[in-house]
Design a protein around this ligand. Structure first.
Ligand code: CA
Length: 228
């Protein structure tokens, strides 16, 4: 079973949820803001999300709508004090899969979270798209028009991270974490070697996109600006 992402700014409630889920054998990462949550999503492939609506940097539902617009379909349960009908409809329309009003009983949160994670387990991976590229995680296939190449496991996670960033720079540490996990050490040049292989594959596909290196910061998948 994969990891869960808990997005909740209230420290007490957050710790309660983390401990309650851990007792049920569910490991989780936490984010206190929408920005932190976005950084987590760009790095780790989560089995499910528990999302608070009232976050310091915005409405959780707005964040979820952005996530769904990027075709990231990780199952999401919205947790909120607002249990009015229109709030519930808001959440479901934004792409939430379940809804639990506060206050709630921990066994109910555990049961609903398990149900969401089971759904994710049967999910084989949704295609991502950026620029002229599409990627199918299930088959590790990167496509550009009619051309396609197969990616290794690390290359697949690198490309997913770069494509989900939609042209924004992804830090080296985040790319390494995406490709090799958060704890596994990698050799200093493993990322450069994998990026070199991915660049060759982009070339072979005839994609207009290039992986641009911002020295000391990270990499971005960009369309080069043509000289006038
Ligand atoms: Ca809150």
């Amino acid at each position: 079973m994969g990891r869960l992402l808990i997005i909740e700014d209230h420290a007490g409630l957050r710790d309660l949820i983390v401990r309650g889920l851990a007792r049920a054998g569910i490991a989780s990462d936490v984010a206190r803001t929408a920005a932190e949550a976005s950084a987590c999503i760009a790095t780790v492939r989560y089995a499910a999300i528990v999302l608070d609506r009232g976050l310091p940097d915005g409405d959780g539902v707005v964040w979820l709508r952005r996530l769904r617009a990027e075709r990231i379909t990780v199952p999401c349960l919205i947790l909120t004090a607002r249990d009015a009908l229109h709030d519930r409809i808001d959440g479901l329309e934004a792409g939430a899969d379940d809804y639990l009003p506060k206050p709630f009983e921990m066994p109910e949160l555990v049961a609903r979270t398990r149900a969401l994670m089971r759904r994710q387990a049967s999910w084989v991976g949704l295609a991502a798209a950026y620029g002229d590229l599409t990627i199918e995680p299930a088959s590790a296939m990167l496509r550009c028009g009619l051309a396609s190449v197969t990616l290794s496991a690390a290359e697949l996670q690198l490309m997913l991270a770069l494509m989900r960033a939609q042209g924004a720079v992804v830090r080296r540490a985040a790319l390494e974490a995406a490709a090799w996990g958060l704890s596994e050490p990698v050799t200093p040049n493993a990322l450069d070697v994998a990026l070199h292989r991915v660049r060759r594959k982009l070339c072979a596909l005839g994609s207009r996109l290039q992986i641009r290196n911002t020295k000391g910061i990270g990499h971005a998948l960009v369309e080069p600006i043509e000289d006038a």
